[in-house]
Design a protein around this ligand. Structure first.
Ligand SMILES: *Cc1c(COP(=O)(O)O)cnc(C)c1O
Length: 362
């Protein structure tokens, strides 16, 4: 057995230097004389680590002081509900932009808590194109506008932050956070499950503008559901996912070492370009259905001209050391996820395999 190029969509590859550091200090972390997993989250060592991680993330992504950063649990899926409960009063409505599986689910999970209005819907395109901003039906009295910058399953991505005037923009960045510069001041709230670009599953990052925390004051709900409570207790209202938090911190330091978000963004763009070039240059042997302007840099679904070749493609690619290329069950076909931890060499190896496979089966 050996580690190999891992194209999994999530949980996804973690940078090897991060895993190696975690391995090296697994039994004894700093001077704790115990693992970072085995110490109190309320003790001096861990609270200092949490503060260090927050400072690193603020510096990395340029997060202004009037945004609170929360390290929660429950995944992006819990946030689908919590953000509605926290950012809207019960009598308010919210505008949702549907661009694929995850934005649909975000709208569905919010419905019990807020009047969801669909501002735009790309379903007719089979989610292969983004709905033109000019056609969005936004309401100036909406509690917020929700969208999904990168649709992990359909492989479509916004390459600009949509302009929504004064209504807070809420974004599910689960599959593209920290993959390029993040213009935080354009958003009311950003959230992301950690298991694609930040670290292991079980940790969820929420970045929320401080003034929005008061909106849920009158809604009856338990403290554990309130962003304001989590913020007031530095994400330690109850026992947090300390090991996930620690690994996220190592990943933030690793991204900074790579040159920060601008440098990693350029690298990610090059990686995606080389894979799309290979698909488009295959004479139809491989296809990607997404409109060029909406193609995701992070998740590249693709199809073989002859679907009967799929089992052979998956078997042979795995033998060639290319892992987890099976497409999502909702879409079929194949998918390569190219998060931060995937280097250009991994994409080059995939492209070389694809050429070779086509020569043998084309
Ligand atoms: C993976 C993913 C989710 C689901 O995340 P969980 O952590 O499993 O709840 C939601 N939204 C997007 C865009 C995703 O990629």
């Amino acid at each position: 057995m050996s580690r190999t190029w891992n194209f999994a969509a999530g949980p996804a590859a973690i940078p090897e230097p991060v895993l190696r550091q975690a391995q090296a200090e697994l039994l004894e972390w700093r001077d704790a004389r115990a693992s970072v997993m085995e110490i109190s989250h309320r003790g001096r060592a861990f609270t200092a680590l949490a503060a260090e991680i927050e400072a690193d993330l603020r510096a990395l992504a340029g997060i202004p002081a009037h945004y609170r950063i929360l390290f929660l649990q429950g995944g992006a899926t819990l946030q689908f509900a919590l953000l509605a409960m926290n950012l809207a009063r019960p009598d308010q409505h919210a505008d949702y932009v549907l661009t694929g599986h995850w934005s649909e689910k975000a709208a569905r999970e919010a419905r019990p808590y807020v009047d969801v209005r669909i501002a735009a819907d790309a379903r007719e395109s089979g989610y292969t194109a983004l709905p033109s901003r000019a056609d969005w039906r936004l309401h100036s009295d909406a509690a917020y506008v929700h969208y999904t910058p990168n649709e992990t399953i359909h492989g479509i991505e916004f390459h600009d932050v949509p302009e929504v005037d004064a209504v807070p923009l809420v974004a599910d960045f689960s599959s593209s956070i920290l993959s390029e510069p993040l213009p935080v001041p354009r958003f009311g709230m950003i959230y992301a499950g950690a298991q694609k670009n930040i670290g292991p599953a079980g940790l969820t990052l929420v970045i929320v503008r401080e003034d929005l925390l008061q909106r849920a004051e009158k809604r009856p709900m338990a403290g554990i559901l309130r962003y304001a409570e989590h913020a007031a207790h530095e994400s330690m209202l109850n026992t947090p996912n300390t090991f996930g938090w620690y690994l996220a911190g190592l990943t933030f330091k690793w991204i900074a070492l790579q040159g920060g978000l601008a440098a990693i963004g350029e690298r990610n763009a090059r990686k995606a370009d080389s894979l799309y070039d290979a698909i488009d240059g295959s004479g139809g042997f491989y296809t990607n259905p997404v409109q060029a302007a909406a193609r995701s840099r992070m998740n590249v679904p693709f199809f073989l001209h002859d679907p009967a070749l799929e089992p052979a493609f998956l078997r042979e690619s795995e033998q060639a050391g290319l892992l987890a290329l099976k497409g999502h069950r909702a879409l079929g076909g194949l998918r390569a996820s190219l998060y931060n931890a995937m280097p250009q060499e991994g994409v080059d190896a995939l492209v070389a395999f694809m050429r070779d496979f086509q020569q043998r089966h084309g």
